[in-house]
Design a protein around this ligand. Structure first.
Ligand SMILES: *[C@@H]1O[C@H](CO)[C@@H](O)[C@H](O)[C@H]1NC(C)=O
Ligand SMILES: *[C@@H]1O[C@H](CO)[C@@H](O)[C@H](O)[C@H]1NC(C)=O
Ligand SMILES: *[C@@H]1O[C@H](CO)[C@@H](O)[C@H](O)[C@H]1NC(C)=O
Ligand SMILES: *[C@@H]1O[C@H](CO)[C@@H](O)[C@H](O)[C@H]1NC(C)=O
Ligand SMILES: *[C@@H]1O[C@H](CO)[C@@H](O)[C@H](O)[C@H]1NC(C)=O
Ligand SMILES: *[C@@H]1O[C@H](CO)[C@@H](O)[C@H](O)[C@H]1NC(C)=O
Ligand SMILES: *[C@@H]1O[C@H](CO)[C@@H](O)[C@H](O)[C@H]1NC(C)=O
Ligand SMILES: *[C@@H]1O[C@H](CO)[C@@H](O)[C@H](O)[C@H]1NC(C)=O
Ligand SMILES: *[C@@H]1O[C@H](CO)[C@@H](O)[C@H](O)[C@H]1NC(C)=O
Length: 497
């Protein structure tokens, strides 16, 4: 089977008239009572049919004795505005040499940073197509050392403005040593537990915002993809969400980090030679800027490990095959995919160069495509419903150097509908690729147990070893915005895994 939407049909307006069917929305306008307080959001004239609540706390500030520790549910903080983004979590302000800073800073968060950073943002339709709409919970990437809930390319207001079909939630989670300290006396993966606290918070509260707590999915990219896949293994019984989307990132099977990194940091931060408990207490008192600076200094040494998730067999598991064998994974549908030129984003970048830098841009490089690929193959072998995709778009307003086409992260602006906002308007193929991805994503969120469907009714077959079919998005030299093709991902996209 080969499904093609020909270029002529690409010009049709998507989802015409989808708006006027229902106008329930959140129960009490822009002021919503939640378990962590009563918050008043805003409507921005740039998206007049979208309610926004920015900067709602989901956890207590993880400072002082709560630093490095599992997050605690936020208490009722009373009444406040939710009209401005809160600070993102502390993160490296170190070398900004990558294309993500030099050329396309819209992939980055530039908000002020704070250790007090456990906040989420909600965007919802004012004229929803249903009484309760599905919810897409975005887990941002950034290598577990950067990122937050407010990168310009990851603001979903125009997507929701256009479709009125769903809610999108973004949030900050703790990073680097603050989220993944590795202290023997602390929980290993507080930053991943932050993500779990977000899903718990949304289960309790999203209905008040017009969302359906029984139709929520987690969607993550890069490190966020790793976190989403890891979540599936950590919460087999009560996943809260109903499906997963994992873009360009797999679970790490190797784990370079151990307690010695924390000890090394303690040595330089004035907490040397203490028992584990005393060391932890001492490190909780170190000035947060000093701590971040020490991490930055240490990270300039390429031989040093990074503060990342650690297999503790509680939130991160050393042997995923064993989890699968024992059925200890949330048996929920997954969309997993990768871009065709992931590694281009990580080649040394010279802003003045007119030709491609040296280096290979193999699709499997860096464990990004390959991690997603491995997850598709492994899960389908265990009979878990999995849908695969390859993003092969190459659009010059997202990647304004020819060798960057299809690089890591370049699919995100298509899903969030932000692709045309920063470097000129998009091509017709780009708009249509975006509409197709958005429609598949929302259809999956609305009912993960049915085959995802795009705005033309094309359905996405699940990946099987026999058919090996995945969706290909945005191939500028191909015939359509999205089409189903048998792609031998096991052979064709075999980079170092
Ligand atoms: C409203 O949207 C515009 C354009 O996206 C943005 O620049 C501005 O900061 C937003 N205002 C608020 C209050 O969020
Ligand atoms: C822990 O990591 C350090 C590098 O930071 C390494 O030298 C050491 O061998 C590792 N220990 C274990 C038990 O893996
Ligand atoms: C920590 O112990 C090492 C080796 O036992 C010693 O060389 C060092 O001086 C001690 N550091 C402090 C700050 O006590
Ligand atoms: C996790 O389980 C694996 C076996 O699956 C074991 O080898 C490893 O030591 C365990 N790690 C911890 C931190 O318990
Ligand atoms: C992981 O678990 C599987 C199934 O239980 C087992 O066959 C395999 O030996 C384990 N791998 C490691 C590295 O422990
Ligand atoms: C690329 O590789 C070639 C051949 O190895 C070398 O001559 C050239 O200097 C390299 N260019 C850069 C920018 O590294
Ligand atoms: C992207 O498209 C341009 C033409 O617009 C082409 O020159 C370039 O090779 C493509 N890039 C990749 C990485 O395929
Ligand atoms: C952007 O491009 C699309 C597709 O080519 C076109 O329909 C639309 O009118 C353009 N919008 C603007 C503001 O130029
Ligand atoms: C795009 O489609 C063309 C024609 O089907 C194919 O030759 C090419 O390999 C595809 N490119 C990517 C990056 O998938």
């Amino acid at each position: 089977m080969r499904f093609q939407i020909l270029a002529s049909s690409i010009l049709l307006a998507p989802l015409a008239g989808a708006r006027d069917t229902c106008s329930e929305g959140p129960k009490s306008g822009l002021t919503i009572k939640t378990t962590s307080g009563t918050y008043t959001g805003l409507v921005n004239s740039s998206a007049p049919d979208v309610n926004q609540w920015l900067g709602i706390p989901y956890g207590r500030p993880p400072v002082g004795a709560r630093r490095f520790m599992p997050p605690e549910k936020a208490p009722d903080y009373g009444t406040a505005d939710a009209k401005a983004y809160k600070p993102i979590c502390l993160q490296s302000s170190g070398s900004k040499t990558s294309v993500f800073w030099q050329l396309m800073p819209e992939f980055q968060n530039t908000d002020p940073q704070s250790e007090d950073c456990l906040y989420l943002n909600i965007w919802g339709p004012r004229r929803p197509v249903q009484k309760k709409v599905p919810v897409i919970i975005w887990v941002c990437g950034g290598g577990f050392k950067e990122g937050g809930g407010h990168a310009p390319y990851q603001v979903p207001d125009q997507w929701i403005q256009r479709t009125q079909t769903h809610i999108v939630v973004t949030f900050n989670y703790r990073l680097s040593v603050f989220g993944f300290p590795g202290s023997p006396a602390a929980n290993k993966n507080a930053g991943l537990m932050d993500i779990r606290l977000v899903t718990e918070w949304l289960k309790d509260n999203i209905a008040e915002f017009g969302g359906d707590p029984n139709r929520m999915i987690l969607y993550g990219q890069s490190a966020g993809s790793n976190a989403v896949l890891t979540y599936a293994y950590a919460y087999p019984e009560k996943p809260i969400v109903r499906g997963f989307i994992a873009s360009s990132g797999g679970t790490s099977t190797t784990n370079p980090t151990n307690s010695s990194l924390f000890h090394e940091l303690a040595q330089t931060a004035g907490c040397a030679n203490l028992t584990a408990t005393a060391e932890l207490a001492c490190m909780q008192n170190v000035d947060r800027q000093v701590l971040q600076q020490k991490v930055d200094e240490a990270s300039t040494d390429p031989n040093r490990g990074l503060f990342r998730p650690i297999a503790d067999n509680i939130t991160v598991f050393a042997n995923l095959t064993d989890r699968l064998e024992k059925g200890l994974v949330a048996k929920l549908p997954l969309i997993a995919g990768f871009t065709y030129n992931e590694a281009a984003a990580f080649l040394p970048f010279d802003p003045d160069a007119t030709t491609a830098p040296n280096g290979t841009a193999d699709p499997g490089t860096g464990g990004l495509a390959c991690g997603a690929k491995r997850e598709i193959l492994t899960r389908s072998a265990y009979g878990l419903t999995t849908y695969g995709y390859l993003y092969s778009g190459n659009f010059s307003n997202i990647t304004p150097r020819y060798w960057l086409g299809g690089m890591h992260s370049s699919d995100i602006p298509l899903v969030f509908g932000t692709h045309s906002q920063f470097r000129g308007n998009s091509t017709e193929l780009e708009w249509q690729t975006s509409y197709a991805m958005e429609a598949f994503w929302v259809s999956f969120a609305a009912n993960p147990s049915a085959a995802p469907r795009d705005h033309y009714g094309q359905t996405w077959p699940k990946y099987t070893e026999a058919s090996r079919q995945i969706v290909v998005f945005g191939n500028a030299t191909g015939p359509s915005a999205s089409y189903i093709a048998p792609v031998a991902i096991a052979d064709k996209y075999s980079g170092p895994c």
